[in-house]
Design a protein around this ligand. Structure first.
Ligand SMILES: [Zn+2]
Length: 405
């Protein structure tokens, strides 16, 4: 067999044997490994440090990228945008300037997509393979940061550094070769569809009530805020009832109860109180007090989601009932959990419009720049800017390793 080598070009001169046979063996993490095809001399070079931007794309964008890649149908009127955004994102990811985080919300939606396995591959190979903490865990993280402040009588401190929620490899150089694991999550699809259907039905009922009562933005916002404590208390009571009276024919139900967000928060809060020397029999009372603390409404995920629901209610009252669709719940969750941490968020037009309205625009604070299909050029411009900002040294290595020009 002639011609095959593990090393690949560009080849440079080898310091040991003098031949121009020093090629790339592998890259990834923070190292480039080069080896001579002739004498096997191996050198490892440290790669420049990176500071990638986190661009969170909603599921719609990932499906679109999937369709560009697989020559499927592109959204009408946005065909040119789809192709251009695909090329630009690909370039920014390979230039090691950007990663496209994926979350549990993507995973749920992907499971009900027609080609879930291929779509998952996209997060890995196209997006730079950085997952962020599940949305529920982000909520819990913020709840606990506030609980510490409450129990210690201090000001809440919440860090919105992306490293709080992203896995630590986000600033690694991507490996030059990918070996994919094809995981099949399709058995969860029915369950996810059912849950989503239930949530949607409940939300539709809520929308009817908004319309009937002609609610105001301020009214809904206040009732969202004042419902935080009672809702948590009620969820906990429901959980407690379930585990106290387990259905003997259904052990799985009990298993499921142990992962319930409300129970996980309760348990974390018990640990905090334990650390602070609070007796076990007094912990529940302290937790209830925390759940009813006035400053719960300042917890970022609570604040953002309450504002969004109040804005949605406003639209419903104005006659725009179709704003309450199957995707709304996930959109609200995406924004309320990830917007404070990521650099950019590409979301549904409808939610992007709500965020640009007053009082949301002035009163909500989060790091992410918001993009949507309402202004596709704005997003392309942002990507071009990131592309142009790539340091020369990084650009040279990226060209060598990933073969982009
Ligand atoms: Zn050599």
């Amino acid at each position: 067999m002639s011609g095959f080598t593990w090393e690949r070009g560009p080849f440079t001169r080898c310091a040991k044997c003098g031949q121009t046979k020093m090629g790339i063996l592998s890259a990834g993490g923070g190292l480039l490994t080069k080896r001579c095809t002739n004498c096997r001399r191996t050198v490892q070079l440290p790669l420049p440090e990176l500071d990638k931007k986190a661009i969170y794309l909603d599921q719609f964008m990932f499906s679109m990228i999937y369709n560009v890649k697989n020559e499927g149908n592109l959204p009408k009127g946005h065909e040119a945008f789809a192709k251009e955004v695909y090329a630009l994102l690909r370039r920014c990811v390979l230039l090691q300037q950007v990663f496209l985080p994926h979350s549990d919300i993507h995973h749920d939606e992907t499971t009900v997509f027609h080609s879930p396995i291929d779509l998952r591959g996209l997060y890995k190979f196209f997006g730079g393979d950085v997952s962020v903490m599940d949305s529920r865990d982000v909520e819990l993280l913020q709840d606990i940061q506030f609980a510490k402040a409450y129990f210690d009588g201090k000001e809440p401190e919440v860090s919105f550094d992306i490293d709080e929620i992203a896995n630590s490899q986000r600033n690694d150089w991507l490996p030059d070769m990918h070996v994919g694991v094809r995981a099949d999550y399709s058995q969860f699809a029915d369950h996810i569809r059912t849950v989503r259907g239930d949530v949607h039905d409940a939300l539709k009922k809520l929308a009817d009530t908004w319309l009937e009562k002609k609610v105001s933005f301020a009214g809904v916002l206040e009732s969202e805020f004042s419902a935080i404590g009672p809702t948590k208390k009620q969820a906990f009571a429901k959980w407690f009832e379930e585990v106290s009276n387990p259905d003997p024919s259904n052990p799985l139900a009990l298993f499921e109860s142990s992962g319930r967000p409300i129970y996980r928060e309760y348990r974390e809060l018990c640990h905090l109180l334990e650390d602070r020397g609070v007796d076990e029999d007094k912990q529940a009372i302290e937790i209830m007090k925390f759940w009813h603390w006035e400053r719960q409404r300042e917890i970022p995920h609570q604040r953002i989601s309450s504002y969004l629901f109040a804005a949605v209610a406003g639209r419903v009252v104005m006659g725009e009932k179709r704003i309450v669709d199957r995707g709304l719940m996930n959109d609200v969750r995406t924004i309320s959990t990830y917007a404070p941490y990521v650099d950019a968020l590409f979301i549904d037009k409808r939610c992007a419009a709500l965020l640009k309205e007053e009082p949301l625009r002035a009163e909500l604070e989060y790091k992410a720049r918001i993009f949507s299909l309402s202004d596709p050029d704005e997003f392309l411009g942002y990507l071009r800017e990131l592309e142009a900002q790539t340091p020369d040294e990084v650009r040279e290595y990226a060209a060598m390793i990933y073969g982009i020009d």
